[in-house]
Design a binder for this molecule. Structure first.
Ligand SMILES: [Zn+2]
Length: 424
């Protein structure tokens, strides 16, 4: 009995030791990529609920994925096309990177095995329409719906269990967004993915350019969703360099998956879904600072539209409805118009003259216009210098322009507007 007790105790220590090893293992395995000790790997999985944040990607929307600094999500569109998709897949596998693929229905129809390979490798698979028409911004909604459904149907057909393997993620072909299409997708619980930056790999540029653009644009934003295409030779050629650089510069890959009944969304706060709080000193075409009350009001109290008043009031309460609130966010927050940035000449004087005497207003106007003339002159001569520098060294000049702080004083407005126009 004693002997067996000793054996039992010894065994229990071994079991305990094994258990501790197992508990310690996930951290080690996360950084580990079998056979590839220097792999970039995937640092974490982000679970998102499409219904909570239906429009993402700062190229077009206010919100993007709640990534931390130096976190990157890789996305690949337009496949699968065996010749290139298989090479991309191998590179990602070798680095233990998980990405998101937006499948075209006709490609899935022609190459269902390509879809199965993505699923087997653990990547996230969303869709990208049936035939990739670049007219989503002007086609009738019925046609858009048919395109969306075709892509979903053929991608699903390639899967053994689409209910688990197909993510409710959709990227509009060519990013040709339209409110009607967005609202349709939102109503179906499908998340619309724009991106935070492309690498222009669909254009006729060398692969080195794709690599440079990917890294430059990522460095400018510090994190985000990178848009690539797994049907291009130049992307295949650029990807190893991109991965190598991501590793060298300390970037981490995040894998995004949709929330399900047994996989709740990663807890986040609203502000994490904004890329950066926009600042006056960063002259990048971003969403302008919009007063918080606009969003608060829109979220909780959507203004009833005419359609609301006319239709089916007996079936649904007028206010508040979450889906309509979300739809109204999309409806009321289009891409910011340029006139948002432009402050009309003389607006200060006009505003002031309403509260001051006419003589005082005239004095103020004269005082205000004198230094502006000087600064306008300075801005013009600066512009001339920049243009001159640009012709001499385009790379250095454009880099300088991208990093130059925006003028803080309100006086040289023409410069701000002009620089925005230049960037657009
Ligand atoms: Zn595409």
């Amino acid at each position: 009995m004693i002997g067996s007790g000793v054996v039992f105790r010894t065994r229990s220590w071994i079991v305990l030791g094994l258990a501790m090893l197992t508990v310690g293992a996930p951290a080690a395995l996360a950084a580990d990529c079998p056979g590839h000790p220097d792999a970039l790997g995937t640092s974490r999985t982000l679970v998102v609920d499409p219904r909570e944040h239906p429009l993402i990607g700062t190229m077009q929307y206010r919100e993007t994925l709640p990534l931390k600094d130096h976190e990157v999500v890789l996305t690949f569109d337009d496949g699968p096309l065996p010749k290139y998709s298989n090479q991309i897949l191998k590179m990602l596998d070798d680095e233990c990177i998980k990405a998101t693929f937006f499948i075209i229905g006709s490609q899935a129809k022609a190459n269902p095995d390509g879809v199965r390979k993505l699923v087997a490798a653990g990547h996230t698979v969303g869709t990208h329409s049936m035939n990739h028409p670049l007219t989503f911004d002007r086609m009738p909604i019925e046609k858009a719906e048919a395109e969306i459904n075709g892509g979903i149907a053929w991608t699903s057909a390639a899967m053994t269990d689409p209910s688990k393997q197909l993510a409710p993620f959709f990227r509009i072909p060519g990013l040709m967004r339209a409110e009607g299409v967005e609202n349709h997708l939102i109503s179906r619980g499908i998340q619309v993915w724009s991106a935070d930056f492309p690498a222009d790999d669909w254009r006729h540029v060398p692969s080195d350019r794709v690599y440079q653009l990917a890294m430059q644009r990522l460095e400018a934003k510090g994190k985000g969703i990178l848009l690539l295409h797994d049907i291009q030779a130049r992307t295949v050629a650029a990807l190893p360099k991109i991965i190598r650089d991501l590793k060298a510069r300390g970037y981490r890959i995040v894998h995004v998956v949709p929330a399900t009944a047994d996989r709740p969304a990663t807890p986040t706060t609203q502000v994490e879904w904004l890329l950066h709080p926009p600042t006056e000193t960063t002259p990048i075409a971003r969403w302008p600072r919009v007063p918080g009350f606009v969003f608060t009001e829109t979220r909780t109290l959507p203004a009833p539209s005419l359609a609301d008043l006319n239709a089916q009031t007996e079936h649904r309460p007028l206010l508040p409805r979450k889906t309509m609130a979300l739809a109204n966010v999309a409806a009321t927050l289009p891409v910011p118009g340029r006139d948002l940035f432009a402050i009309p000449e003389g607006s200060v004087e006009v505003l002031q003259s309403t509260t001051l005497s006419r003589r005082a207003a005239t004095r103020l106007a004269m005082a205000a216009s004198t230094p502006r003339a000087d600064k306008g002159k300075a801005a013009r001569s600066h512009g001339h210098r920049t243009a001159h520098a640009a012709s001499a060294a385009p790379k250095a000049a454009s880099k300088h322009a991208a990093q130059a702080p925006a003028p803080k004083s309100p006086a040289p407005r023409p410069t701000r507007v002009a620089s925005l126009k230049k960037r657009a």
